[in-house]
Design a protein around this ligand. Structure first.
Ligand SMILES: C[S@@+](CC[C@H](N)C(=O)[O-])C[C@H]1O[C@@H](n2cnc3c(N)ncnc32)[C@H](O)[C@@H]1O
Length: 217
């Protein structure tokens, strides 16, 4: 089920105290949170810098930005939908030449992982979408329907640093030839686990391929 922006976040900010210490926040500070997510870090920062300060809260995910907008009703937060790579441009638009700190908390939020329609969790049985912003580009399941085997192997190797990229690409394209294309995250994770050797360390064998596809879409 798609996440409701009005609903409270499930995400617990990681290393909150350490992040706040590192930022050395003063009242009136201007801070960029380039990965707003559930807003736990932003909220704590905004409370410390007070009404004369400002948190520029950026996220690529429109549901995260909707949460930021609701938090901005009571705290000094300026929400922006976008990529953290675009922060210099966002600051220019806001007329800000310098900021006092930048936070990037990379990865996925628990809200995204819990949303079965987005395919971020390996167990997800909803569509394998994998886009942070579902209004742009194409979902991963569709990419897997038309990308050629070599380009897919290169993509998995380049963005996922997956040494078994060719084997995984072959298995995906083979499924397509049999007219049983990959549609869900659970399906893709299962296929990857079956075509890779066991015991590759502590991470799930599907991790690198999912990372590559998230970057690609
Ligand atoms: C681990 S969560 C951040 C959690 C947040 N610090 C909190 O306290 O709730 C990571 C967030 O980064 C966002 N994200 C991932 N890649 C991004 C990018 N290139 N630009 C902006 N946001 C991005 C995701 O949509 C997700 O919401």
């Amino acid at each position: 089920m798609a996440s409701d922006p009005a609903s409270p976040t499930r995400h617990q900010p990681v290393l909150l105290r350490e992040v706040l210490d590192q930022l050395q926040l003063e009242p009136g500070a201007v801070i960029v949170d380039g990965t707003f997510g559930g807003g736990g870090h932003t909220r704590a920062i905004a409370e410390r810098i007070g009404p004369t300060g400002r948190v520029i809260a950026v996220d690529r995910d429109p549901s995260a930005v909707a949460r930021a907008e609701s938090l901005a009703e009571t705290l000094p937060i300026t929400p922006r939908l976008g990529n953290y790579c675009d922060v210099p441009e966002i600051l220019r638009e806001l007329g800000l030449e310098t900021v006092d700190g930048i936070l990037l908390d990379l990865g996925l939020s628990s809200d995204q992982l819990a949303d079965d329609d987005r395919g971020f969790s390996f167990q997800s049985t909803g569509p394998l979408d994998l886009r942070f912003d579902p209004s742009r580009g194409e979902p991963a399941w569709r990419l897997l329907e038309h990308i050629n085997e070599r380009a897919l192997a290169d993509l998995i190797y380049r963005y996922g640093e997956e040494r078994y990229s060719r084997r995984i690409a072959r298995a995906i394209v083979e499924r397509r030839r049999k007219r049983e294309p990959i549609r869900t995250a659970a399906d893709l994770a299962d296929l990857i686990r079956r075509c890779l050797p066991r015991q590759r360390g502590r991470i799930d064998p599907a991790t690198r391929t999912f990372q590559a596809l998230r970057i690609a879409v």
